[in-house]
Design a protein around this ligand. Sequence first.
Ligand SMILES: Nc1ncnc2c1ncn2[C@@H]1O[C@H](COP(=O)(O)OP(=O)(O)OP(=O)(O)O)[C@@H](O)[C@H]1O
Length: 336
Amino acid sequence: MIRFVDVHKSYRVDGKDLPALQPFSLDIADGEVFGIIGHSGAGKSTLIRLINLLERPSGGRILIGDTDMTALGDAELRAQRRRIGMIFQHFNLLSSQTVTDNIAFPLRLAGERDAAKIRARVDELLQRVGLTAHANKYPSQLSGGQKQRVGIARALANRPSILLCDEATSALDPQTTASVLELLAEINRELKLTIVLITHEMDVVRRVCDRVAVLDAGRIVEHGSVADVFLHPTHPTTRRFVNEALPEEAAGEHALYAHIPGRILRLSFRGEATWTPALGRVARETGVDFNILAGRVDRIKDLPYGQLTLAMQGNGVDAALATLREAGIEIEELAR
Ligand SMILES: Nc1ncnc2c1ncn2[C@@H]1O[C@H](COP(=O)(O)OP(=O)(O)OP(=O)(O)O)[C@@H](O)[C@H]1O
């Protein structure tokens, strides 16, 4: 468990304390993928860097398991940091060293001198990230996605229990982003390590995270399971992020649908409800008519979900909605 207890952080600039993170408490469970989303300047980097104490909090405590990170001396802190891997937006690889040497670097730094052991561990890591054929290349000879795979292998070298990802896919194209996120999900599943990632893209959160915190101007304005936050965002900042990920549901939809007769409803299906033919059945049974205005069926991590915006007409609308709710479908009325 990573636990923030009444943590806040200000930076001292020109003799003044400028708050970057307002007091907050937050728990991140072992083995989960936790996303922190926010716009530029919201405090994401500050928050993630507090975990390994690259930034010191101005107040409060940060615990990893039973260890109070804020109370450690230098040597103990160095030892604890070995349990925390980190990857970066711009990869931070050593350009004059091969892929193999980049990955071996943290092993040597931790005091490993046995060349055979280093070789074996590097081979294992190369295989995990799919770069065995590139072992002797230099970073400049690799694509962005391959460089991030080296970053991931290097971060895993000392078998950490936590992996921090600082905008790890922001410099990558969508296809490469998808493959790096898939690798992170696989690592989380197979190695059971906790992943904390910061991003400004809701789609990154949707694909890999279990839970998410939304950061706005130094405040956590919303947090919870990704399915809850994604399907029912409450804070305006969260809504904007979700709308970016669902273009057809973009703001202004109420005005867009004003001339359409009937009640405008948004139905959210989760899990197995996504695949049941509930809507057709209810329409038959209650005699309502509906037309679909917008829709999407996708996954939130491993959870199938669907969202349909529709106009519904007829005397049986209330009965239809009651039956749909009983079937576990969430309904929001956008206009009537
Ligand atoms: N070393 C520093 N000294 C002074 N102010 C800082 C420092 N680092 C960050 N800040 C300020 O703290 C606030 C939060 O910055 P932070 O980098 O944590 O945000 P962010 O959400 O990660 O932004 P970005 O996505 O642009 O990296 C900003 O106002 C920033 O200017």
